[in-house]
Design a binder for this molecule. Structure first.
Ligand code: HEM
Length: 170
């Protein structure tokens, strides 16, 4: 049934975000183990991260604009199931928006630290470390949310035999 699909813009942005997120994550972890041109990696991560933030803003606007074309919601098992899924979606949106901005701040902090003598002062150094930890935590949290999201989708399909993946494909 064609009407049971999300609007094309939502589908497109959902999978584009997935591709960008996977590439960004690969760069993030690969960069930690590689001594090869770290500046290039940071820049690539920032471009990918900011693209994800922009895609998320477009996605939220597009969801509002296409509200009347949204497919009927899935059949939730109970109110807890519904609430959990909604909270996970809101958290995903929030972290997709803000994690790249934390990354950007960390990068500029790192630049000022390497270019600036005053950057060797312990308080500046500690701030830099703190930002790294916050960024790492945000990325891990977002990754966990996405894994839980995929888990929920698979669990729903197995339990109900309703292939909701079709809702997210053209
Ligand atoms: C970076 C990775 C991903 C992110 C950030 C993400 C995020 C989201 C969000 C926020 C929604 C809410 C619907 C909306 O946008 O309007 C959604 C829906 C959905 N996602 Fe993902 N997703 C990701 C990966 C995946 C993967 C790998 C799958 C495949 C198993 C998947 C399957 C689905 C399906 C089937 C829906 C529609 C559920 C429904 O219609 O109720 N997602 N996703």
């Amino acid at each position: 049934m064609g009407v049971n699909k999300h609007p094309v813009s939502v589908i497109l942005i959902h999978w584009l975000t997935f591709v960008f997120f996977t590439i960004g994550l690969f760069f993030y972890f690969y960069e930690k183990h590689s001594k090869f041109n770290q500046q290039l990696f940071y820049r690539l991560e920032i471009v990918i991260g900011l693209s994800i933030s922009i895609l998320t803003i477009v996605r939220i606007i597009s969801k509002i604009l296409t509200a009347n074309r949204r497919p009927p919601s899935i059949k939730y098992f109970n109110s807890t199931h519904k609430k959990t899924i909604k909270i996970i979606y809101y958290l995903i949106y929030l972290f997709l928006l803000f994690t790249p901005l934390i990354g950007l701040t960390t990068y500029y902090q790192l630049l000022s630290l390497s270019n600036d003598f005053i950057g060797m002062q312990p308080d500046r150094f500690q701030l830099d470390q703190t930002l790294f930890v916050i960024q790492f935590g945000a990325i891990l949290f977002l990754l966990s949310l996405i894994i839980i999201h995929i888990g929920f989708v698979i669990h729903y399909i197995v339990k109900t035999k309703d292939n909701i993946l079709k809702r997210m494909f053209f």
